[in-house]
Design a protein around this ligand. Structure first.
Ligand code: KIV
Ligand code: ZN
Length: 556
């Protein structure tokens, strides 16, 4: 912003709470969760969900484990009313799930809401009125504190009057001083106390005080101070559930909620993936998975996050950004080489020490725990490291490359990614590996190979190989203490040995249905250059010989 624009703004007033305790607290248990996807989330959609879509979302929220779900604003539209009636009449609300309905503090709206909830076994009736200085001044035309408090009291009284009219329904009462985040704390408390006085909660029949950061005006520590102040000053604390409802205008809705929980709140309202007005509501997925990542059970099951995301994106027509914590497409993907190396080491170590607590560099949780696969963890572009390429070849194709071969293969893969200017898929990485490093027979082709175990002395073997070089066949014969050495001697006799065999490895190709063996031969040329070739064959001996031919060709 330009400075003449900045001068338009002022600092947010601090909360006078010098003996705050929340900074030293640690979250050790999950709050009561309430999903507001079908209300706050839905009201913020360019195309609101249809009744069918709301039903699908409701079932999804139930399957995740939400026990409190705000289903809408039944007095505000016929669709919302019809939706509530369908849930009740079609017996769609599980016994352990409480639906919540929002209504303004006006008699006719509250009456219509009670018509909508008739027949449900348990409902949270949630009333709200806006209390902030800004709203009092601008929206309500300089309304006084008394006028605003009276709105809350009138609403509370009407609700109290109507509760006995639906005796078969257990009604839980909730009040929100809307715009709490910029309401003077003493006045927010005054409104809450006035409602408490009307509703007379007890420890057995608690009411919910929901303290919304309707707009996130300031840093999360100020929100925490506000919540701690309310928790400490509200009367009948043991009869009141303090609930958080953060929005994300400054991008810190999650932090504000977490600090608010440290400050003493008992309950959290939010949405899947942070859908909601403007920048959205709190993303409950993030807060719950953050808790899981510290070993805290939450009662919410996000073990199949991708399928939740699919339903969410289809029914809301919103998209989850690639970088969204936990749910985003790229959040378990390491492009950087050093990150890939560290992840591979961490995963390898875990494979050996499964009982250990999670500890893989760069990954706060095990992607498998939310239904993501390791396949997506390492992706290859020109910035990637050799470890990442080796990881893909190992995990996706079954070849455990010798460490000193990683740079050789890695370089070819990055060069290709660089040349193309785009990321390579694991299939493309495999293609480079198989075409350029496995059974390469460019100049020398192995046409036939026979081994005679009986003719050699002291356990030596003799080989007779037919090779073609640039189309011309020749026979190579040699003796050695194994098939590869015998072939090396044959090449020497034919004047084709301009290398030293410096290393050899082999293993069975793992994964899939392959019963092939993979052999790796490292050759050093007289000029000092070193490289590896790979041979693949059902016979381990032939795999070794093919690896030698491959390396020989690659040296040219
Ligand atoms: O953000 C808000 O203040 C709300 C209230 C209605 C709870 O959504
Ligand atoms: Zn809201």
């Amino acid at each position: 912003m330009k400075s003449d624009s900045i001068s338009k703004y002022r600092p947010f007033p601090a909360v006078t709470l010098t003996d705050r305790t929340w900074p030293d607290r640690v979250i050790t248990e999950a709050p009561i969760w309430c999903s507001v996807d079908l209300r706050d989330g839905n009201q913020a959609l360019p195309i609101p969900m249809s009744v069918e879509e709301k039903l699908e979302m409701f079932d999804l929220l139930v399957s995740v484990g939400f026990k409190q779900i705000e289903i809408g604003f039944p007095s505000a539209s016929d669709t919302e009313f019809a939706f509530m009636r369908r849930l009740i009449e079609e017996n769609r609300i599980p016994k352990d799930v409480t639906v919540q309905v929002l209504v303004q503090t006006r008699r006719h709206l509250i009456e219509r809401t009670f018509e909508a909830i008739k027949g449900a076994h348990r409902v949270v009736v949630h009333i709200y009125n806006s209390t902030s200085t800004l709203q009092r001044r601008v929206t309500f035309g300089d309304a006084s504190r008394e006028d605003i408090k009276a709105i809350a009291v009138t609403g509370a009284e009407v609700v109290k009057e109507l509760v006995p009219t639906i005796p078969e329904t257990e009604v839980v009462l909730q009040y929100s001083p809307e715009s709490f985040s910029d309401t003077e704390l003493d006045f927010a408390l005054e409104c809450c106390e006035a409602v408490i006085e009307v509703w007379e909660p007890t420890p057995e029949k608690k009411l919910i005080l929901n303290l919304p950061a309707t707009v996130e005006w300031t840093t999360p520590n100020v929100h925490a101070d506000q919540i701690e102040w309310m928790c400490r000053n509200v009367s009948k604390r043991d009869s009141v559930i303090i609930s958080l409802h953060t929005h994300n205008d400054r991008g810190t809705g999650v932090a504000a909620t977490e600090l608010g929980l440290m400050a003493g709140a008992d309950r959290v309202e939010g949405t899947l993936f942070g859908n909601g007005e403007r920048t959205g509501n709190l993303d409950i997925v993030i807060v719950a998975l953050n808790m899981n990542s510290h070993g805290i059970e939450t009662g919410l099951d996000f073990s199949n996050l991708s399928s939740l995301r699919e339903v969410y994106e289809r029914t809301t027509r919103m998209t989850v950004p690639d970088r969204q914590p936990y749910a985003g497409e790229l959040v378990f993907t390491a492009f950087s080489g050093s990150h890939q190396d560290a992840i591979k080491k961490g995963l390898d170590r875990r494979a050996k020490e499964e009982a250990e607590k999670w500890g893989v560099p760069y990954l706060t949780i095990d992607p498998h725990d939310i239904g993501r696969s390791y396949e997506a963890i390492v992706r290859i572009n020109s910035q990637s490291g050799k470890g990442g390429v080796a990881y893909i070849i190992d995990q996706e194709h079954g070849y455990d490359l010798p460490k000193t071969m990683h740079p050789q293969v890695g370089k070819r893969v990055y060069d290709l990614a660089d040349q193309r200017g785009e990321e390579l898929s694991s299939e493309e990485v495999g293609k480079v590996f198989f075409e350029e490093f496995v059974n390469v027979s460019s100049e020398m082709v192995l046409e036939d190979y026979e081994l005679d175990h009986s003719s050699g002395e002291r356990g030596e073997v003799a080989c007779r190989a037919v090779i073609a070089r640039n189309g011309k066949q020749e026979t190579v014969e040699g003796v050695g203490n194994g098939p590869i050495n015998a072939f090396v001697q044959g090449l020497e006799k034919a004047g084709l040995k301009d290398f030293t065999l410096t290393d050899y490895r082999s293993h069975a190709v793992h994964g899939g249905s392959s019963s092939d063996a993979a052999a790796y031969v490292q050759l050093r040329k007289d000029d000092g250059s070193i490289l590896w070739g790979v041979g693949v064959d059902p016979s381990i001996e032939m795999a070794g010989v093919k690896a030698l031919v491959c390396a020989w060709n690659l040296l040219r």
